[in-house]
Structures are given as C-alpha cells and as structure tokens.
Design a protein around this ligand. Structure first.
Ligand code: ZN
Length: 686
C-alpha cells in the first residue's frame, strides 16, 4: 500500500481542493475503491446564500468516481441540520435522502452519498471511508474478531454488519464515541473508516491501517500461490479464445432472456488463477463479500465446467443447463427472502466463470460489463485474502437479498433516462471507414449501439471507432480490418466481435465497388472483381452473421446496401448493376431462410450519394458525366434535378433508413426494399 501524499502537491490549496486531492489519490489505488465506491468528507466553514458563516459538510456525491473527482463532485450540506437527526430512532433511506436534499447548500448540487450521515455524525474534521480489499479479507473470515484485535488493538472499533443507512451511521458514531482515543472503525463485511484533523492525517492513517492488513495477509500466505495454485488444465491462449468465441453467442442469448446484455470476456492471469484453482468453485458458491460488490455482480457468480476445457459441445450443454438452473435458484432465493411487494429483478447471472476459459461479465453496455469485471476481480482478491487467513465467510443470503433489493437502489433505476433505440445492441458495418458506412456507424452509436467498424482501410476504420469511443465511452466501438472477399479476414472480424461483445444483433453489409465501362470492352478481371465484392462479399459476411445470430437465438437484422441500378440499370454500369442484382437476390433468400429464427434481411437502394463516397471516384464521375452528356462539375446537380423531390441524397439519409431496419420499428418487415433516391420513376418497383 503506497502512501501517495506529498506536501509539495498541495501547496496553496484550500479546504475543498485538499478534499479533492485526497479523494483522487485514494481513487488511484483500485485495491482501496473501485468504480464509484468509497467516500470522503471534510467539515468546514462556509458562507451561505445570505452571507452567514455556517458549518458545512462537504462530501462526495453519490456514485462519483474518486480517481476523477473534481470540486463539483462534493456537494455541501448544513452540518447543524444533519446533527439534529442523531436523536432519531430510525429513518428509512427515502426519508434520509429527502432530508439531505433539503440540507444542500446549492439547490443544483449533485445528490450526496448515501453514507453522508456516517460522516456527519463523526466529530472529526476529515473522514475517509473505503472498501479496501485487504480489510474485507480480514472481516470476511471466521476468526476476524481475533485477527482485528491483534492487528489494531484499540486503534479501531469494530462495527457489526448492517446495510449502509441511518442505523449503521448511528452505530458507527456510538462506537467511535466509546473509543475516543481510536483513529478508525472497521465495518464488518463492508470496509474501513479513518479520521483526522486534516485530510492528510485521515488519509495517512487509512493507508497505514490497510498496509498493516496487507502485511498480515502476505505473512499468512508466505509466498504460496493464491488459492493453492492451478489444478485444472489450462489451454493455450489461442485455444481459449477459440472456445470462448464458440460459446459466447449461446451464452449471450441464454442470459438475455429478460433483458438484453452485452458480454465482456476476461482471461487475465488473476482470473485464470482463480477459475483454474481447486477451490474456485466452492468459493464462488459461497456468496458475496460485501454490499458494494453485489450491486455490480449479483450475489453469486455462475460456475460452468466440462471435463475437457476444449470440449465445446459439452460446455454448450453445461451452459444451457447451468444458466437455467441459476435462474431457477435465483427465483427460489427471491421468494424465500422477499419482504414487500418488490418485483423480481432479472434472474440471470452477471458473472460467469469457466475453468480453462476465463470469465464473462454482462452489462447493459460495455461500461457496465467492464465495471462488473473489475468489481468481481476485487471479490476474487478478497476471497484470496480470506482463504489465506483460513476460510472465507460471505454475507448471509438474507443480507445479500436486502442489498440486491435495496429500495434506494431500485429507486435509482427508475430515475435512469429511457434507453436509446439501439441500446444493448451490437452492430457490425462493412465499409465503415467513410461515406454511407461511416454515417450509419455514427447514427447507430448515437442510438446506443456498440459498433464494429470494419473496412479494407483499417486506418480509416480506426479513426471512426476512435471518434465513437470518445463520444460514447470506452468499449463502444471496435475497428477490424476486413476485405469482404477474404474469407479469413471475414472470419477474424466475426471472431473479434464474439470476443468483444459476446454476439451481434445487426449486420450492415455495405462494402461495394463500382467498375465502369461498356460490357463489350470491360476487362473480365473487372467483372470478376465486381462479383467478388458486390455478391460474394455480401454472401461471406451474411453467412457468418446468420450463423452467429442462430447460435444466439435472439433474432437479428441484416441490412444490405443495394442500389437504384438494380431496378433501373444504366449503360456502362453493367458489372455493377449485375453484381448488385445478385446481392439483392441473396438478401431475399436470406430473408426466406431465416424468417423462422426471427432474423430479418432488408435492402436499401440509395442513389447518387456523393459525399465522402469511395464509390464515386473521379473516374466514375467522369464516366457518368460522359454517359449523361454533361460536364463533370454539373454531375451532382444533374442527379439532384433528376429525382422527383429535387433533393441531394446524403449518407445521413441512408443511415436513417438503416436505423429503421435495424430497430424494432421494422420488426414485421423482411425481404423488403426501400429506396433512398429522392424518388425515381424508373426505379419504381414493377
Ligand atoms: Zn461503504
């Protein structure tokens, strides 16, 4: 445990800056807090809106992440008003939260932490609270009381487990008062609280106490491997990934029955050490370490295994049976412990462990799936520490239930904004580096989709994926190189998609080429190239997509970008028109073959989409201008005048229709063609 405090870093800082700095250096250490966990506070003097000097508690906002903390993440509350609550017998979370809202210094402040009263009732100026792994290992083992006493003596008081809230805050304050010389509290199955006259002092006391716990753990394990070392066979990483890619869509389908999720695959050394140990299975069945973890991982992980870690059919069978069994057991646990009328939450697992393969976590998007993975790694670290101390003891099933169905957490869910149209979905787009493909990637991402941007131009695909990641968050886009005529490249991109997100909901098959020339002079190689890209290319990507979607069992949408040249071909565009006609027929057969699996396939016929297009090369432009007998610079205007609406068709216009076909709004439509051409009489269906 590293002490990150340096006096040089804090020269000239005011109270609030010191609190921000203290929080940031705590957040930098993931073994102390992870993703929004833990909280810090400072009692200070401030002027209120009428200029009166009053006592104020500055505390971390609910859910704010410490490593990225800023001043605005620390709402101020009138401390005297908070102190008045100490005489109360009990208060529900709702009562506490609505009271806290009325104590805020600023009406627009973010919501203060649910643990605000714990900080307020302690008399000390600076208070630090974390869910440090090493402390949890100590509190989650059978001999924890003895161990804590021998390690900390009278430096800390121990508070028995209670769900965070009014009663825990009051009990913590009482324990602190009966131990006035102490400098902290250990909260059983929860974490550590320390205090001091300054942020530096509270921080350094905290670090010192965690350091002592870590030292004890490392003395006990005496360099022995965690969990007694690997007992199961571990396939090479390439084989692991092959198995993981083969399992993922079935797993995604199985755990998405109630709410669609994306998966995240993790085969880091820490995860493999746990899943391949001899004790992982029992530890995983034991239950959760602490409330903070349950909210991200559910009370228990699902353990799946087969005798041979590379036996895909056996693993698939274990998976189907295991997920259903998990949901049944969850429902039974819910019925046994429910107290009020709370409806049952999604009964499917958030963490799935497979010896020899690794771990999957699920979430409504890549960020949530990643948070669950990070949190579960800490559950593993806590179990490892507790195991080194003798044995691991989890929260009781009733305590776990009270956290999973914590009314204030359920209420938070109701405050979440409605989800975007393609939220929880994964889309793969070919030819996504520019033009129509890029516009679709942007539109889908804005609607909440995770996007795999593929293109023969990998650099271009990377730029688009990067733009989407910056705009919508880490993990929301992935770039893959793909020449759609190269079977291996297509297979690789789909394998990456399976590993990155667990599956696929939408394929936009868009990549195409437009060779020009009259048929009597067209080199056969040009003809073949058109057929390869515009017909075979669509076939190859659709084949992979359909296979994946059928394994997943969640339906799916395939969108082919066709052309106006299919219903209304043009001279000197024979290779293009014929190959795109093959594409159209291919889409229709896909619709016929896959309707029973809920997989739809529709076609968009754009016309004259010039902007950012690689199809409209200077050569094509000149040829088309010649064919129409006009100067090349008048070409775009010529096409605009040609359509009934006199409109210039843009990539965004095509993206809008692609979104319609991708979304549930077109759920009753398959095998259809929709034109985006401004209205062309020649191209009307006959
Ligand atoms: Zn806490």
């Amino acid at each position: 445990m590293e002490n990150r405090w340096s006096d040089d870093d804090v020269v000239g800082m005011d109270d609030l800056d010191l609190l921000v700095h203290q929080s940031q250096i705590i957040g930098q250490d993931p073994s102390l807090v992870v993703w929004g966990g833990g909280n810090t506070s400072l009692k200070t003097q401030e002027r209120d809106f009428r200029g009166r000097e009053i006592k104020v508690l500055r505390i971390k906002a609910s859910g704010a992440d410490m490593k990225a903390a800023q001043r605005l993440h620390f709402p101020g509350l009138r401390l005297d008003d908070l102190h008045l609550l100490f005489i109360k017998e009990d208060m529900s979370d709702e009562e506490v939260l609505s009271y806290l809202a009325r104590c805020l210094m600023g009406p627009d402040s973010p919501r203060p932490s649910i643990e605000t009263l714990l900080h307020a009732f302690l008399p000390h100026k600076s208070v630090v609270h974390t869910h440090a792994d090493a402390i949890l290992a100590l509190t989650n083992t059978r001999r924890s009381q003895d161990l804590l006493k021998s390690l900390y003596g009278r430096d800390v008081a121990v508070v028995g487990y209670q769900r965070p809230g009014f009663l825990l805050a009051k009990e913590a304050a009482r324990r602190a008062m009966t131990n006035p010389m102490g400098s902290g509290l250990v909260l059983m199955n929860h974490g550590l609280v320390t205090w001091g006259a300054t942020p530096k002092q509270a921080y350094e006391t905290h670090i010192e106490m965690v350091r002592r716990a870590e030292e004890l753990l490392s003395n006990r394990s005496m360099g022995r491997p965690l969990f007694g070392g690997m007992k199961q066979r571990l396939p090479e990483s390439e084989h692991r990934h092959r198995v993981a890619a083969a399992l993922a869509p079935t797993l995604r389908g199985a755990v998405s029955r109630q709410q669609i999720v994306v998966l995240r695959y993790d085969d880091s050394p820490e995860v493999l050490e746990f899943v391949n140990s001899g004790v992982g299975r029992d530890l995983c069945a034991a239950g959760p370490a602490t409330a903070d973890h349950i909210l991200h991982t559910k009370p228990r992980a699902l353990w799946l295994s087969a005798e041979d870690p590379e036996d895909v059919p056996a693993l698939l069978a274990a998976l189907r049976q295991g997920v259903e069994q998990y949901a049944k057991e969850y429902a039974a646990w819910y019925r046994e412990h429910r107290t009020g009328q709370e409806p049952m939450l999604d009964p499917y697992p958030r963490v799935i462990l497979v010896p020899g393969v690794g771990m999957w976590t699920t979430g409504r998007d890549a960020h949530y799936a990643r948070t669950s993975a990070d949190v579960y790694r800490h559950t593993v670290a806590v179990m490892g520490g507790a195991y080194a101390l003798g044995d691991y003891v989890s929260l009781s099933p009733q305590d776990a239930f009270d956290v999973e169905y914590w009314p204030s957490e359920l209420y938070k869910l109701t405050l979440a904004p409605p989800e975007r149209e393609l939220a929880r979905r994964v889309a793969l787009i070919t030819g996504g580096a520019r033009g129509i493909g890029r516009a679709i990637a942007r539109r889908f991402a804005a609607e909440g989709a995770h996007v795999v941007v593929t293109d023969i131009d990998l650099e271009g695909a990377r730029l688009v994926a990067e733009e989407l990641t910056v705009g919508y968050g880490e993990g929301r886009a992935l770039a893959c190189p793909m020449d759609v005529t190269d079977e291996q490249a297509v297979a690789d991109a789909f394998r990456q998609t399976r590993l990155a997100f667990g599956g696929l909901d939408v394929l936009v098959s868009n990549a195409g080429v437009a060779p020009v020339g009259a048929l009597h002079e067209l080199p056969p190689s040009e003809w073949r190239r058109a057929m390869e890209v515009n017909a075979t290319g669509h076939f190859l990507v659709a084949q992979h997509a359909v296979k994946l979607m059928r394994e997943q069992g969640m339906g799916g949408s395939i969108v082919f970008i066709g052309t106006k040249n299919v219903p209304a071909p043009g001279a000197e565009f024979g290779a293009y028109s014929a190959s795109k006609a093959a594409e159209t027929q291919l889409a229709r057969v896909l619709a016929i073959e896959n309707g029973e699996f809920g997989i739809r396939c529709n076609i968009i016929n754009p016309d004259a989409v010039f902007r950012d297009s690689s199809l409209w090369s200077p050569e094509v432009r000149e040829q088309r201008a010649r064919a129409h007998g006009i100067p090349v610079e008048e070409l775009e205007e010529f096409y605009r005048q040609r359509n009934l609406l006199r409109q210039r068709v843009t990539p965004e216009d095509v993206a809008e229709v692609a979104l319609f076909f991708a979304s549930a709004r077109s759920s009753k439509t398959t095998g259809a063609v929709l034109a985006v051409d401004g209205g062309l009489r020649d191209a009307f269906p006959r």
